[in-house]
Every structure is written in C-alpha cells, then in structure tokens.
Design a protein around this ligand. Structure first.
Ligand code: SRM
Ligand code: SF4
Length: 569
C-alpha cells in the first residue's frame, strides 16, 4: 500500500469531520437571502443531502460582464433504488418539476431522477415534498453509497425479484443514519440528547462516492463492471442461488493524467443471497478504512485495490467477514441495451419499454414527454421503471389498458418518436452543458445531431441494423460510461472530443483511445473509413466493438513499432 499517513487530508475530509454529521451551516446558508448560493463548505455538504449547487453556464460570462453573481440554481437528485416509481410518485415529481424546477425530469444513467434549476429559496419545500411521496434525496450524491442499480423488471422471474430485493436491501442498509437530514428538510426536530452515530460510515463517511449495481445475466444493462461493487445473480434451475461479487470498477479519469484511469471490476468470488448485504458492508468498510483521503482523484476503491493488490484486498475482506468467498460461478453476459416495445411479463401483464432521448422528460417541439407521462400516470394502471440506459418502462398494464396508453403516446408524439435508428435508441449521453459545472463540451444537447449523422453514415454503408453503442460525455468523468461503448466520445473543449473505440457487448472490456481532441468532421471521417473497413475486413460474426478493438490495438502496435524503429535508427 502507498503511504497515505504522512500526507495531508483533503479539504473535504475536514468539512465532513467538522459538519456534525452533515449539518454544517446549511440552515444558515439556506436562510441567507443576500445570495443564491450556499457557503463554500455547505456546497460540499449539500451533495450528501442529494443536491448540487450549479449556475447557468450559457450566461455565466455575460453575468460576469454585468458584475452580477452567477445565475445559481440547484440540481436535486432523487434516489430510486432498482428504478421503480409508482404513478403517484410520478405525478408528485411531475408537479414539483413544473413548480420548482425547469419543467423537466431527467432520468439519470443510474436510474435516478434529477431536477435542474431549483432556486435556493425552494430547496426546502422541494425536498420535503419529495419525501412526502416516499422518495428521498439523502446519499443520492456525496461520499457515500449512491443509488443502487438493478434491472427494474422485478416480475420477469424469481431471480429478477431476488436481485431487485437485494438492491432495495443494500440501499436501505447503506443509507446514512444521521438525523441531520430530517432535522433540516423534514420535521425540523433538533438533534436529541443522544448524538448521531453512523455505524458503518463513521463521522467522515467514505473517502469518495461508492456505487453498487446488481446484474442478472445474460443482461448487463447496469454495466456491472463499471461499479465499485457489483453483484451478478447466479441462477440454477430457475432459482437464485447466490451472487458473484465484483469489485473495483470505476469510470472517471482526467485528460492528460495517466495516474487516473477507468477500470473494470474484478470478479472475486461468490456469496449466498443471505450473505450479500454483509459482504457489501465489509467491502464498504475496507474502502472506508483504506481509501485515499489525501487525494480525491485517487480515492475510489479502484485505486485502493490497485495500490494494495487484489490478493491483499481479498485477504482483508475475508478477515473482516470471518470467511472467504467461494470461487465465482460461471456466468455469461450477452447484451446491455433495453428491449423496446411491448412484452408480456410472467404475471400476464404488459410492459412497455420506451426510448427517452437522453433521459430528458420535458415538452418540446417533437414530443410532449412531460404531459404524456403525466397523463399515463393519471390512468393509475402501471408503474414507472427507470432503466440503466436512461429509458422508461411503463410496467404491469392489462390487456384492455393498452389502448388508452397507446392513445396518449400517439397524442403526445411519444409514439412517433420511437421510430428512430437503432444507434440512437442505444445511445447514452450525460447532461453536460449548460448545468454541469465540469463540462468541457456539449453532450445531451449535441447527442441528437451527432447520432443522426453517424446513423446516416451507417445507413449509407448498409450497416443500419448493426448493433453499435455510442456514448458521449462532456468531460472525462464518464457519467454516461463512455469507456465501455463501441464508440465513446469524451469532451475536451467546446466542439472537441477524445475518441475511444472498441468496447465489448458484454461490458467487460474498456475501449481504447483512438484519437484525441477531434471535432465533428474528423470524427465522421474516422468512422466512415472504419465502417468501410468493417465491411471488408470483419471476421465471421465479429461485431463492431470487437472489430474496432482489433483495429485500434493493431494500429497502436504498428505506431509503437515505427516509433521504436525510428528511435533505434
Ligand atoms: Fe456523474 C460528477 C451527472 C452518473 C462519474 N456527475 C457529476 C456532476 C454532479 C458534476 C459535478 O460534480 O459538479 C454531474 C451533474 C450534471 C448535471 O447538471 O446534471 C454528474 N453523473 C451525472 C448524471 C446525472 C449523468 C446523466 O446524464 O445521467 C448521472 C447521475 C447518476 C445518479 O443518478 O446517481 C451520473 N457519474 C455517473 C456515472 C455513471 C454511473 O454511475 O453508472 C459515472 C461513472 C462511474 C463512476 O462513478 O466511476 C459518473 N460524475 C462522475 C465523476 C467522476 C468520478 C471519479 O471517480 O473520477 C464526477 C466528478 C467527481 O465526482 O468529482 C461526476
Ligand atoms: Fe458533467 Fe462530465 Fe459528468 Fe458529463 S461526464 S455530466 S460533463 S461531470
């Protein structure tokens, strides 16, 4: 292990330690009407309560010119473990989005909801109302376990139900216990005589964010290898017999800093269903105790594992558990995308999976998603399932209820908008501009245009039916998991991206950097050439991701050989 003891802890560690279990001076910050922002320390603490301070970047420089403070507003993230929300919850969120946010609901890449554009003065009411509908925001962001991901179709089989139940149990077990949340946002009761305790986290919580997913093979919809901790359901004769355990995934990196990198998780063993929560707790505790609290860019569990080695990690985990995990059971992933359209579930009801462009539920010129889904929720017939691919399933619809749903879909334009390219339907894009403070380039707003151009290229080459995953993010943090896509675009500067190629359909292989700092014309040219080569050179049954991997790797090898030859000469 690297020695972190002599180094100074990060500022965020001090803020958490001083915060009295996440209180800080949030109450005073909220009451300060002289600014739309929070005090600096509170802006850090707010994340653990599920909201982020942002400002409208489209008008940032104009406001600076006018000597005005930035146009502050807040993102609120609402946890939905396993992604299932009731019609009543949908209606409540819809109303809040219209009243206090920017009249949009964002379905995130981790199956949560986000509001954007909430003003400081409305934070308390909005968070209280969210809790009234039995959802919450605590631990949606910050240095704790985040929204737990899982295929939301819990009725699909006994195994799906078991996996979903685990997601709920993990989420509940790892939710912070501090009474600060209810004190500040809900009933306002002050901390009692007994001080708060965080039995799992302690008073400085985790060194960094922590993410858990539960996958059910053959679908790897939750991108299990991108999670800090993953549970892979193991089925035998239709029964859930346990979970393979994967640790050490993570996507974030920084351009030009090779010591930061995306990493896929290692499968370290197998546990029985009844042991999964205690395994998760102990993995979290190893990370709590050994994660690097001196450098936030090196604080995720992927670095803890790489620093100590997987053997060290496994020994540490076994010692804490009091037993070793069994050897992993065989498993195979074949897909990651959503299956669109109507399908009948095991309860004899219908599920309808709908493509939601970039996960943004709003009314726009093409379709009235916000109005349409509110009308469907008002029918009170099926519930709402958020997928890991930013899409939505209306689940549990009876035979005779299909017609009214179809009618609303047609009227709102949602139905018509489903007829788009395969590439587009499988695409992921992060939020980026104008709200994300870290964005270096566009993602959500550019995704429709870019995907249309790439889809047109595929069409020209007769490849429109070829499955290709395209993911774009506005910066290297990787919020749309771009390093696992066949084509990953990672923002570097306005209109400029790093191009990564060659993910695998099982989500196990990271793609590789093919070109840096390229704009749209270069991106389209590179892809056009590669599509031509794909047709000419693809091996039997080779898919686009595998082909790209082969081409990029061999290109890198030949570049390397050339370089060595030049140096030797
Ligand atoms: Fe993310 C930070 C949005 C999923 C890696 N992410 C952010 C912030 C909060 C920017 C900030 O810190 O100021 C973004 C807010 C933008 C906005 O205006 O909404 C943001 N992340 C998102 C969402 C909304 C993207 C989306 O389009 O859906 C996703 C919310 C998920 C949720 O519901 O919890 C989102 N973020 C992810 C994922 C994907 C995942 O979790 O499966 C990743 C990669 C996986 C991982 O964590 O390794 C991800 N976000 C990051 C990172 C890089 C962390 C790192 O280890 O380096 C940051 C920056 C940071 O933490 O410092 C970040
Ligand atoms: Fe923002 Fe970067 Fe995440 Fe996109 S990937 S939402 S730009 S932090």
């Amino acid at each position: 292990m690297t020695d972190k003891t002599s180094k100074k802890l990060t500022e965020v560690e001090g803020i958490k330690a001083r915060s009295n279990y996440l209180r800080g001076t949030l109450v005073q910050s909220l009451a300060d009407s002289t600014t739309g922002s929070l005090a600096e320390d509170d802006a850090q603490l707010s994340k653990l309560h599920g909201f982020y301070q942002q400002d409208d970047r489209d008008i940032r420089s104009e406001r600076t010119r006018q000597k005005l403070e930035p146009d502050f507003s807040f993102l609120i993230r609402i946890r939905v473990p396993g992604g299932i929300a009731s019609p009543a919850q949908w209606i409540a969120l819809d109303e809040l989005s219209r009243k206090y946010a920017n009249s949009s609901l964002r379905l995130t890449t981790r199956q949560a909801f986000q509001f954007h554009g909430v003003r400081k003065v409305n934070l308390k009411t909005t968070i209280a109302e969210i809790n009234k509908c039995l959802l919450d925001t605590i631990a949606a962001c910050g240095d704790v376990n985040r929204n737990v991901m899982c295929t939301p179709l819990a009725e699909k089989s006994e195994v799906h139900k078991g996996a979903y139940d685990l997601a709920i149990a993990l989420s509940a077990h790892l939710t912070p216990q501090t009474s600060a949340y209810s004190e500040i946002w809900l009933d306002g009761k002050k901390q009692g005589k007994t001080p708060d305790v965080e039995p799992i986290y302690g008073k400085t919580y985790l060194p960094r964010k922590f993410k858990i997913g539960v996958a059910i093979p053959p679908s790897n919809d939750v991108d299990i290898f991108s999670q800090d901790l993953g549970f892979i359901a193991v089925e035998e004769k239709g029964k859930l017999v346990g979970f393979n355990v994967a640790v050490g995934g993570g996507m974030g990196m920084t351009h030009g800093e090779p010591e930061t990198y995306p990493r896929v998780a290692d499968v370290i063993g197998f546990c029985l269903p009844e042991k999964a929560v205690e395994v998760a707790e102990q993995v979290v505790c190893v990370q709590r105790d050994f994660g690097d609290r001196t450098n936030r860019k090196h604080a995720r569990i992927k670095y803890t594992i790489d620093d100590g080695g997987l053997d060290w990690f496994n020994t540490e985990l076994s010692e804490r558990l009091g037993y070793s995990l069994e050897a992993p059971h065989p498993y195979k992933f074949t897909t990651r995308g959503d299956q669109f359209g109507w399908s009948k579930n095991t309860q004899g009801k219908w599920d309808l999976t709908l493509f939601i462009p970039e996960g943004r539920i709003s009314n726009n010129a093409q379709q009235n998603l916000l109005d349409g889904f509110r009308d469907i929720a008002k029918l009170n017939i099926g519930d709402f399932r958020l997928t890991a691919n930013q899409n939505l399933v209306i689940a549990g619809i009876g035979d005779e209820e299909r017609k009214p749903v179809e009618k609303i879909l047609q009227k709102s334009g949602i139905g018509k908008a489903q007829n788009i390219s395969l590439l587009r339907k499988d695409m992921l894009a992060c939020v980026a501009l104008p709200t994300c403070g870290l964005a270096m380039a566009e993602a959500e707003r550019y995704a429709p245009e870019l995907s249309a151009k790439i889809a047109a290229l595929l069409e020209t080459h007769g490849l429109a039916n070829e499955p290709v995953s395209l993911r774009i993010t506005g910066c290297p943090n990787g919020c749309a998991r771009p390093y696992l896509a066949d084509i990953g675009l990672v923002g570097k500067a306005p209109g400029r991206y790093s191009l990564f190629l060659g993910g695998s359909s099982d989500g196990r292989r990271l793609n590789k950097l093919a070109d840096e700092n390229v704009g749209e014309p270069e991106i389209l040219k590179i892809l056009d050439d590669l599509f031509v080569r794909f047709i000419a050179e693809r091996e039997t049954n080779e898919n686009m991701g595998d082909f790209f991997d082969r081409v990029v790797v061999s290109q890198a090898q030949s570049d390397n050989a050339q370089l060595q030859a030049t140096e030797a000469g």
